[in-house]
Every structure is written in C-alpha cells, then in structure tokens.
Design a protein around this ligand. Sequence first.
Ligand code: ADP
Ligand code: MG
Length: 268
Amino acid sequence: MSLLTTNGLVKHFGGLTAVNDVNLSIEENETLGIIGPNGSGKTTLFNLLTGFFLPSSGKVTFQGRDITRLSPERRVSMGMVRTFQLVSVFNSLKVWENLVPCITWSNKLNQSFWKFLTSSAYNTWDSAKEILELVELEGYAQVVTAELSYGDRRLLEIALSLSLKPKLLLLDEPFSGLSDVEITKVLSLLKTLKGKVTIAIIEHKISAIVDFIDRLSVMNEGHIICEGGPSEVLRDSLVNECYWGKEETFEVERQSETSFDRAQNSSF
Ligand SMILES: Nc1ncnc2c1ncn2[C@@H]1O[C@H](COP(=O)(O)OP(=O)(O)O)[C@@H](O)[C@H]1O
Ligand SMILES: [Mg+2]
C-alpha cells in the first residue's frame, strides 16, 4: 500500500486550472523528486496534499485514510510535514525557541497528558538541543534567528519539520536562494534521512537531486506528464519538449548537469 495517493486531483483558481487530474503515489520510505517549469502547479499540489487548499475535485489518501477534507494540523499529527518555498521560521525568536511549539505538539501526541505535564519543561530544551545538533546549529541556539544566514534558516526549518517526527516530509524547493556550499550542507542532511523518512522534494536544479531521488515526476501545466526512474524520465521526449519546446532527447549526463538546469533556470 502506498503511503500517499491522489486520485483525479484538480484545483481551479477562477478560470485557471493549476492542478489537473493528478494521480500521484508516494511509496513508504522512497524519495520522490518533483520537477516542472515555473507555474506548472508543483506548490499548489503540495498545498492540496497538506490541506492548505481544498481541491476543486479529487481525493487524497494517506495511510489508507481519506484525508481530502482534513485540516493541515490533523495531517501534521498523522505525520505529514512540509517546508515552504520561502523559508518559514520565526525570525524574531531565538533559534532554539523556534522549536518549542513543534516539540510541545509532538510530545502531546506521543505522551500521556500526565507525563507531558510533569516532564515537558525539562524535555523541551533537551529535545531542542538534540534536534539542533542533528542539523549542526547547536552553536546558534541562543542567537536571534534573523541573524542566521538563509542557508542556516533553511536548516532550522528542516529541524522544525523533524521535531514533528514526520512519516512524510514534503520539501518545496529547499535549495532555492542557497549558495553551492549551503546546498551541499542541506543535501547532506537530507541524505541522512533518506530511507528513514518518506521524502517528496520539489526542486528546479535537477543536478542537485538526480543522485538523491529514487523516482522522478515531471509536472507541466497542472499535469504529471512523466514519472519513473530519474535517468529514464530525463530522456523522455515529452519532458524534453516541455523544457525545450521541441522533440529532442539529450544525454542524461548533459541534461542533469547543464542543459536541464539552464532550461529550468530560464523558466523560473
Ligand atoms: N493562491 C493562488 N491563487 C491564484 N492562483 C494561484 C495561487 N497559487 C498558485 N496559483 C497559480 O497556479 C499556477 C501554479 O502555480 P504554482 O503551484 O505556484 O506553480 P509552481 O510551484 O510549479 O511554480 C500558477 O499559474 C499560479 O499563478
Ligand atoms: Mg512553487
């Protein structure tokens, strides 16, 4: 059984169909990449999966349960956690304080009320420190978040997600706005999660994720136009047409390292 499936998912914004009849499956513990030109509906799809938008029609199933109309918070409590295209952390708080609501929430879910009441004060700092160590930000625990680099704030955002103990982690362009050094840092963190947490990652820099993902889905104009093994998908003529406007296939190594990234950069 897939961890998550969508059936005929559609989202209209007025006359625009941002997501159009999407049938997606995400298997337990796999790492799925989602690519597509700017405006192809990738973020809207994540918003539908996580309950930020209700679909115009279609169904979302998580762990065999119909969650189409469930609130985002209920989905988080079931283990579906996301990050945002623009880093979303509390800039005015100290770094460790960012983690407090998430840790409190997940303690509530995982402990009896009595145990939660008696142990939360001590556990919160302890747990925050542990999670910050995981993302190598423990040295910044007492720093005001706004003072961190954008890359470190991205790491903090992923730390927030991890503190919620996700079964499915949805990452919307986690490398956007980051330097190559920062990308390497975030990617090596994500590599430690691979196989332990199910990951769906939207990314426009294919070269960054081609060796990281198990499967690749390509969106264009609201549809998933191709899915499968990354190298096979990057060789697909429809995918090439969507980026280049002509039916031509490219060597995967050329596509993954240069041509595809350039094509995507020009459309983002
Ligand atoms: N909240 C919204 N209201 C109206 N239109 C939206 C909204 N969010 C996205 N769209 C539109 O839906 C289409 C898909 O956008 P989006 O999902 O953000 O694409 P992507 O993430 O692939 O760049 C775009 O045409 C965009 O303008
Ligand atoms: Mg987007």
